[in-house]
Design a protein around this ligand. Structure first.
Ligand SMILES: Cc1cc2nc3c(=O)[nH]c(=O)nc-3n(C[C@H](O)[C@H](O)[C@H](O)COP(=O)(O)OP(=O)(O)OC[C@H]3O[C@@H](n4cnc5c(N)ncnc54)[C@H](O)[C@@H]3O)c2cc1C
Length: 575
């Protein structure tokens, strides 16, 4: 059995930042990071637009209070305000710290870090490295893992969280290279496993964003929080879904419909294209439904709208958002200097996740905690985003809560012994599970079942929802879960068997999908990204609370816990 003081699952920004913090505080703590990808291929590397922090380099009137208010209003008042306060107060320091690590931020002419406008933020406060911010940040953090002597297990797939008697004792992982299974025993397990965009058929997320950490936690009996809140980013390139960063609108691009109108004037007159994402995605969907969408060749009545950069000019486009120009050119042959880009909403971000307190410790329910288990980043829900996340607040959450959670873990391990653990039953069970997958005499291809499931989730739990639609979604999900029992694998071998990984990931996706649908069905109101046509208003009296959803193969149980409100009383949310 492998042993470490701390095992962190996930080599993205949150996992790496936590590992670095532990190394800085106490180099004698033995920390390992495990990732199913190479750490540098974590989805964080694809982040484009930037990271919010009130450095006041561009706008001296900005303040952490303004950032906190924007975040809480953006969240439709569901965010926990103590967590938001920490996020926004810590932001300038973590950005400067990244700068000292060597992250190459874009500059103002006088040499200070540049800051751009972003949706839902009242001041220009988003720091960036052109439109490759995640790339710039993750490379430095991964380099720092070496500096602090963190052991990295790359391309190991974690299959199971080992939780006994209310405490995390370790995990079970599968080496993708050669099919080897190992149990890791640790004083602390931390999940930083990222999002689940692949639940939907159109997403900006990478192929590895399959919600494994959420599914493993749920299957071990940990509740998941606020899973109904899924962010659909307004500008996914049509038809591929690849992200065109909000930075493009931050730098001045327009959204136009088939009549050439900047239709955001109808939906958010004061913020126009820089309204928060939930509002903008609904506006685009409404335009398309009303027949004012376009086809990529410009004919009216199509399934997308246009993102128009033409008035910005080549120089600005190529210096501020070169990657977005390149994406549209490479994938669609569109030269955005001269032609508008066809876009529509795409599955993007998970506001919900593994519930944690502001130290990153995982909650076992409305009151208690799981010993030895921590989480941070997109897989966690400390609830700084509530019902809708503002752009550039997620990279910030990864870094701030990665750091805070790392520090909390460094303190926590001091008083904890390695737990007693018998690895044999876990190894045996995993072995049987894998063997039964390989031996299955099914008739269905994994890809076909996954596509059907993703289509069902997109059709039944997308930007607009209602009771009947979601019940049908759950019904179809049940059918795909049965079909899962009839899949077959072509590859029966042990070496680099990607079909086994696809099968395990599909299982994760289905658990997550079930929790999203069940939580969404129970929330009979509209708030942030969760919009119900049958309950179009926010209902603070009944639903100003966090959902906790408990998974079991027999079904999902829903409970609730209160929202922390400190400075900002809920108000109507208008832009
Ligand atoms: C295209 C795109 C652009 C974005 N742009 C921005 C932006 O400009 N600003 C902003 O604030 N946010 C942005 N976001 C959101 C932000 O990038 C993510 O929320 C954030 O990077 C998530 O980081 P993370 O560390 O939580 O997880 P990730 O970076 O997703 O890393 C997850 C890690 O977990 C590992 N893992 C998962 N499951 C397993 C398993 N079973 N076994 C082993 N390892 C596992 C993976 O290998 C990976 O290393 C963007 C997102 C996308 C998709």
């Amino acid at each position: 059995m492998i042993e470490h003081d701390v095992i962190i699952v996930g080599g993205g920004l949150a996992g790496c930042r936590a590992a670095v913090e532990i190394g800085r505080i106490n180099p004698s703590i033995d920390v390992a990071v495990v990732a199913k990808t190479h750490p540098i291929r974590s989805h964080s590397v694809a982040a484009q637009g930037g990271i919010a922090a009130t450095l006041k380099n561009v706008d001296s009137t900005d303040s952490w209070e303004a950032h906190a208010f924007d975040t809480v209003k953006g969240s439709d008042y569901l965010a926990d305000q103590d967590a938001v306060e920490l996020l926004t107060k810590e932001a300038p320091d973590v950005v400067i710290d990244l700068e000292h690590m060597g992250v190459l931020f874009s500059r103002l002419p006088d040499g200070r870090i540049a800051q751009r406008a972003f949706g839902g933020h009242s001041h220009n406060r988003t720091c960036y490295a052109a439109d490759k911010t995640g790339h710039a940040m993750l490379h430095e953090l991964v380099n720092n893992l070496r500096r602090y002597g963190v052991q990295v297990y790359e391309e190991w797939y974690v299959m199971r969280l080992i939780l006994e008697e209310g405490q995390a004792k370790g995990l079970l992982m599968y080496h993708i290279l050669d099919g080897r299974l190992e149990v890791v025993r640790a004083k602390v397990v931390m999940f930083a496993t990222g999002g689940y965009g692949r639940v939907f058929n159109t997403t900006s997320n990478d192929f590895a964003s399959t919600g494994d950490g959420l599914a493993m936690s749920a299957m071990a009996g940990v509740p998941l929080q606020d899973m109904e809140f899924v962010q659909f980013h307004p500008t996914g390139l049509y038809p591929v879904g690849v992200l065109i960063s909000e930075a493009v609108r931050g730098e001045g691009a327009y959204l136009i419909n088939s009549e050439g109108d900047r239709f955001m004037a109808t939906y958010a007159p004061s913020r126009m294209e820089l309204a928060p994402r939930d509002i903008t995605s609904r506006a685009i969907t409404r335009e398309i439904r009303a027949g004012r969408g376009v086809y990529p060749d410009g004919r009216p009545g199509g399934p997308c709208v246009f993102l128009d950069l033409r008035h910005m000019g080549q120089e600005k486009i190529m210096s501020r958002i070169p990657f977005c120009w390149e994406e549209a050119h490479r994938l669609l042959g569109v030269d955005a200097v001269y032609e508008p880009m066809p876009v529509r909403p795409t599955g993007h971000y998970s506001m919900g996740g593994i519930p944690v307190n502001t130290e990153g410790q995982v909650r076992s329910g409305p009151d208690g905690f799981v010993e030895g288990f921590f989480a941070a980043g997109e897989c966690a829900c400390v609830s700084v985003h509530g019902a809708n996340r503002l752009g550039s607040n997620s990279l910030l959450e990864c870094v701030v809560y990665g750091k805070i959670t790392g520090a909390a873990i460094a303190r926590y391990v001091e008083n904890r012994k390695l737990p007693d653990l018998d690895d044999r039953p876990y190894l045996q069970q995993a072995q049987q599970e894998l063997q039964s997958l390989v031996d299955r005499a099914g008739t269905l291809r994994i890809g076909a079942v996954r596509q059907g499931f993703q289509d069902a989730m997109s059709d039944h739990c997308g930007v607009f929802r209602n009771d009947e639609l979601m019940r049908e979604g759950l019904n179809q999900l049940g059918q795909y879960q049965q079909q899962y029992q009839q899949i077959y694998l072509d590859d029966k071998g042990k070496l680099w068997n990607t079909e086994i990984i696809e099968a395990l990931e599909l299982r994760s996706l289905m658990v997550v999908g079930q929790l999203i649908l069940a939580s969404a069905l129970n929330r009979q109101e509209s708030r942030g990204a969760h919009f119900r046509e049958d309950y179009p208003d926010r209902d603070d009296e009944k639903f100003l609370k966090h959902t906790l959803s408990y998974y079991s193969p027999a079904g999902v149980d829903i409970r609730y816990r209160p929202v922390t409100i400190t400075q900002f009383q809920p108000k109507e949310r208008k832009y």
